[in-house]
Every structure is written in structure tokens, then in C-alpha cells.
Design a protein around this ligand. Structure first.
Ligand SMILES: Cc1ncc(COP(=O)(O)O)c(C=O)c1O
Length: 374
């Protein structure tokens, strides 16, 4: 079976290949280390206390309250927990709810390539038409002119992933100003997928779109507890938006999902006020630097990363293979699974980068390094 005829997402395909070949899996974006036992205790306690029935549709009030407080403290933004925050089964479902609530047949949606793989199929399922803007190939920065050209009267939504998967780039202030200028010209919404908000390596930390008051009226913010607390299997996230945008979103959401796992919401509500986000960012920065040191012994060349738990490596000094073949070959022959990034483009590019997930235990990263050195 090859990726092309597998009918699987690249993540499912590479993880399956890693499993069947016994390779180290640095492909799919999930950590292999345990979550904080205090978080587990909170969830178990909630189950034992009998919180096992449906939660309110938009999410547990206690959880929405702590999230409103946290965003006010971290980014200086005010969201009403009653009407402007909705808990969802993972960021993926939040993204789908945003798209389903704003995109209608024939609407244009701007996506930056490479793009996280659920965006385009969801836009198309809502009848939208994707307008692709390729990030600048040399450093994956945002091309302002190409973005201006892509935005027009039919533009309904722009989806921005920040920090970016797979590139590890972070939006600059100049990008945000440019986006806002375009909004003066055309009337669109913005979906800011900020699932890696707490994994940002910039000295000043992460600047959420929520911190820009002028973007507020047209922006949806999307988050994932799975990414932040290394509990991807829990699939719990949330979306924040002004009440005028949240109302239609909830109309869709109440029938598509209705409500999210109650004891997990109780556990999170108890845990979040005491969560050590600085420690999370430091842990990932240490891992990123450790992995960079290991990889320095190989012929793979790193691209800069400023956020997320991914690092792109240029393998052009190692092989002539295209990136999908290279990822398959590395998995089968060297025992290390990665993600080729051409699959995140609408048409396959000749691009010699692979994405490595470094959210793994140090001994796993070290063993991967040894295999790649060969
Ligand atoms: C950019 C981005 N958005 C959304 C998601 C999905 O998050 P969740 O697992 O909470 O649905 C991921 C997961 O890898 C991601 O990388």
C-alpha cells in the first residue's frame, strides 16, 4: 500500500507504517510522555462524584469561567464565558463548527499552504472554494502581495494557523497589520487556529490574535487542551468569538455535537487555574534544543522553528527522493517515521523537507538520531 492509494490522512498512514515496521514514530503530532497526574485525579474525582451526565451545550460554566480569566491574564482580552466561549470535542470540531457557521456555497476561503490537512476538505464540504496562498518557500513567511491578490469580494473566511504546523512559524505584528488593512477593503472572518499557543519559543512569548482588540469583531479563536496538556486522546478544545459570531456557531454545534465529556471538563476547570504554562513552554524548548543537538550529527539541516512541537529538516544533502518516498524509505529502511510536507499543498511541490515531531521522550529522540546518523 502507498500513501496515494491508502485513502488515509498522512498522519494515519505514517503512524500505521511506523507501527507495522516497528519504526520510531516522529510523524503524528502526539507526545509519548504522561500527562500531569493532578489532571487525571481531577477527572477521576469528578466521575466518582457523579458528574457523568450531559454537560450544558456550550460547556461547563466553571470551565468557561477559568478560560475567560486565563485569556484576560495571558492576552489582555475579554470574552464573556456565557456567550463567547464554547467547549468542543477537540480543536478539529471547533474548526468545523466555525466553517459550517460562516461558509456557504460559492464563498471563498483563503488558506495558506502548507496547511493543516483538515481545513480544505471541511471548506469544500460546506460548498466553499479554497483560494490558496503559498507561504514564501525560503522561510515560510506570509507573502503580503499574494495574500492581497487572493482576498476579494467573495472572500468569506481566512484561516490562519499560528504557531504553524508544520513550519513552526509565528505571525508577526506586520502580518497582523496587513490582515487588518485588507479587512478595511473586504468583509471577511478570520479563524485563528492557535492550538500551539503555549508552545512558543519567542522571547516575549506568544501574541494571540485575541490580544488585538481591532481584530475581535471578525475573529474566531480555536484551542486544544489535547495539545496544551499533552492529552491528545481526550479530544477536548474550545472556540472563542464575539457573541454575534458565536450565536450562529452554536446553532450548528448544538445539533452536530450537543455537549462534551463532563468529567473531563470538571477536571480541566479545577486544573487550569494552577497549570504551569511557563513550565510547558520550557519543557518543549528544552526538547527542541536537545533534538537539534542530536540532529546536528546528521546531514539533515534544520529550518528555524519559533513554535509548535515540530521541526522541519531539509534532507537534500541526504537523498534525491521526493518527500513522500523519502518519508516511506526512512520509515522502512532506517526505522524513523516523519511527515512529508508536500501533502499539505494543493498540488504536489518538489520540496525536500520532512517534519519531525519532537514531543517525545529524550531517549526516543536520541535513538532516532542514532538511526538517522547512519
Ligand atoms: C494546527 C492544528 N489544528 C488543529 C489540530 C487538531 O486538534 P485536536 O486534536 O484538538 O482536534 C491539530 C492537531 O494536530 C493541529 O496541528
Amino acid at each position: 500500500m502507498s500513501f496515494e492509494n491508502s485513502n488515509l490522512t498522512i498522519f494515519a498512514y505514517m503512524s500505521k507504517l511506523a507501527q507495522t515496521t516497528g519504526a520510531i514514530n516522529l510523524s503524528q503530532g502526539f507526545p509519548d510522555f504522561p500527562i500531569d497526574p493532578k489532571l487525571i485525579d481531577g477527572v477521576v474525582e469528578a466521575m466518582r462524584q457523579g458528574y457523568n451526565q450531559y454537560a450544558p451545550m456550550p460547556g461547563l460554566p466553571a470551565l468557561r469561567n477559568v478560560l475567560a480569566e486565563r485569556h484576560a491574564t495571558d492576552y489582555g482580552c475579554q470574552y464573556d464565558p456565557e456567550t463567547e466561549i464554547t467547549i468542543t470535542p477537540g480543536a478539529t470540531q471547533a474548526i468545523q463548527s466555525v466553517i459550517a457557521s460562516v461558509v456557504r456555497h460559492g464563498d471563498e476561503v483563503v488558506l495558506f499552504a502548507p496547511a493543516y490537512d483538515c481545513y480544505a476538505p471541511m471548506v469544500e464540504a460546506s460548498g466553499g472554494v479554497v483560494k490558496w496562498v503559498n507561504l514564501n518557500p525560503e522561510d515560510f513567511s506570509v507573502p503580503h502581495d499574494a495574500l492581497s491578490d487572493a482576498v476579494g469580494e467573495k472572500t468569506r473566511l481566512i484561516i490562519i494557523n499560528n504557531p504553524h504546523n508544520p513550519c513552526g512559524t509565528v505571525w508577526s505584528d506586520a502580518n497582523v497589520q496587513h490582515l487588518h488593512q485588507l479587512r478595511q477593503r473586504n468583509d471577511f472572518f478570520v479563524l485563528a487556529d492557535e492550538v500551539y499557543e503555549k508552545i512558543c519559543f519567542l522571547p516575549g512569548g506568544f501574541s494571540s490574535f485575541g490580544g488585538y482588540e481591532k481584530l475581535r469583531s471578525y475573529t474566531f479563536l480555536v484551542y486544544s487542551f489535547g495539545k496544551t496538556f499533552h492529552a491528545t486522546g481526550w479530544k477536548v478544545g474550545y472556540v472563542m468569538a464575539p457573541s454575534e459570531l458565536m450565536l450562529p456557531l452554536r446553532k450548528f454545534y448544538q445539533f452536530a455535537v450537543f455537549s462534551v465529556n463532563t468529567p473531563v471538563q470538571h477536571g480541566l476547570a479545577k486544573y487550569i487555574p494552577h497549570a504551569d504554562y511557563a513550565q510547558i513552554a520550557k519543557m518543549y524548548k528544552d526538547k527542541q534544543m536537545h533534538f537539534a543537538k542530536i540532529m546536528a550529527a546528521t546531514d539533515f539541516k534544520p529550518l528555524p522553528t519559533y513554535g509548535s512541537y515540530y521541526q522541519l529538516y531539509d534532507y537534500s544533502a541526504v537523498s534525491e527522493l521526493d518527500d513522500i518516498s523519502m518519508a516511506e524509505w526512512l520509515t522502512r529502511e532506517k526505522g524513523v517515521a516523519t511527515i512529508p510536507i508536500s501533502v499539505f499543498y494543493p498540488t504536489r511541490l518538489e520540496i525536500k523537507y520532512l517534519r519531525f515531531c519532537f514531543a517525545k521522550q529524550n531517549n526516543v529522540l536520541e535513538e532516532a538520531g542514532k538511526r538517522l546518523e547512519k
